[in-house]
Design a protein around this ligand. Structure first.
Ligand code: ZN
Length: 320
């Protein structure tokens, strides 16, 4: 009944409304008339998603998605405030995120709407991370963890690696570090940290995790590409065999590969290798000769140098 009324009403509009305006009115009306009809909450729940693409050679990543009405409702006021001209401008050392931008700042802002929204999302994430409200993840505050070397930092050369498995230009890193209390693990600082906890504690300390982020970057199992954030600290010499919780006896392993490691004949054994790389020794059913393997995936610069660690390289055969 309502539909017929609406159709008659629209037909009436059609005589004196420009076509594009008529279409907008009709579309809007359709949404009102059929709020739960053909599209259910289940449909929306199934379709929802946000996908982050691989980093390109320019280190940019594509972000696509389909968001539900609730997330859109959250984003709208955020964008209205933070993506307004003059807000969250990236060139500013202290970009406006509070209050209103002044007329002058808004006038000078030449960013497109897409660019302003990008900067708004960046400001939202930075604010949330800096607030500390996200608590902890695997014993470390939820924050950006980046590893680099002192030389790269001072020469501002090369990209730094994040514990999420992406690359960040050093200049970006320096700006980012200036903003908040992110953890920056610089290799040459390792000696200053209390790393040898002996047998007092089985669980790796937050300091040790930071060093693992810097040293291993991701899972040390041969061929594994899992980055540091989800990785677990594995005792290279098993805790059950008396292995201490010292940084030299710890390595990153993703949950799937951590399960493969153990003392049994059908499990992988780990030993410390040169340059702090963990050697994974396969069980006989994977390799009758049980040749140890190391993971070079997280250390691309080393692949350019001929391997001298006496272990076969980035080999992904064996269990997943
Ligand atoms: Zn792994």
């Amino acid at each position: 009944m309502l539909r017929e009324q609406a159709a008659a009403q629209l037909a009436g509009f059609a005589t004196n409304m420009p076509p594009d305006e008529l279409k907008k009115t009709a579309d809007r009306l359709a949404v009102y008339l059929n709020p739960d009809g053909e599209f259910s909450d289940d449909d929306r729940a199934r379709k929802r998603g946000i996908w982050l693409g691989q980093q390109g050679p320019d280190l940019m990543s594509s972000l696509t998605g389909l968001i539900d009405p609730k997330l859109r409702a959250y984003l709208e006021p955020m964008f209205a405030k933070l993506a307004a001209p003059g807000m969250c401008t990236p060139e500013d050392d202290s970009p406006a995120v509070d209050g209103e931008p002044n007329e002058d700042e808004a006038q000078r802002d030449t960013r497109s709407m897409g660019q302003r929204r990008h900067d708004a999302v960046q400001a939202m994430c930075r604010g949330l991370l800096a607030s500390g409200e996200l608590g902890q993840h695997r014993g470390l505050p939820v924050t950006v963890i980046v590893s680099t070397t002192l030389r790269e930092l001072t020469e501002q050369a090369g990209p730094a690696a994040t514990a999420g498995g992406s690359l960040l230009p050093i200049r970006n890193l320096i700006r980012l570090a200036a903003h908040a209390n992110h953890h920056l693990a610089v290799f040459d600082d390792i000696d200053n940290r209390p790393l040898c906890l002996g047998r007092a504690k089985r669980i790796a300390s937050p300091d040790q995790r930071i060093v693992l982020h810097a040293r291993d970057t991701g899972c040390s199992f041969p061929g594994c590409t899992v980055p540091g954030y989800p990785a677990e600290a594995h005792h290279i010499r098993e805790w059950a065999d008396g292995g201490p919780t010292d940084i030299d006896n710890l390595t990153f392993a993703c949950p799937a590969h951590h399960k493969l490691a153990g003392r049994g004949a059908d499990q992988w054994h780990t030993t410390a290798g040169p340059r702090s790389h963990t050697r994974w020794h396969p069980p006989i059913h994977v390799d009758p000769r049980q040749r140890p393997r190391v993971n070079h995936f997280h250390h691309p610069s080393e692949v350019l140098v001929a391997g001298d660690d006496g272990a076969t390289g980035n080999d992904s055969t064996g269990p997943p």
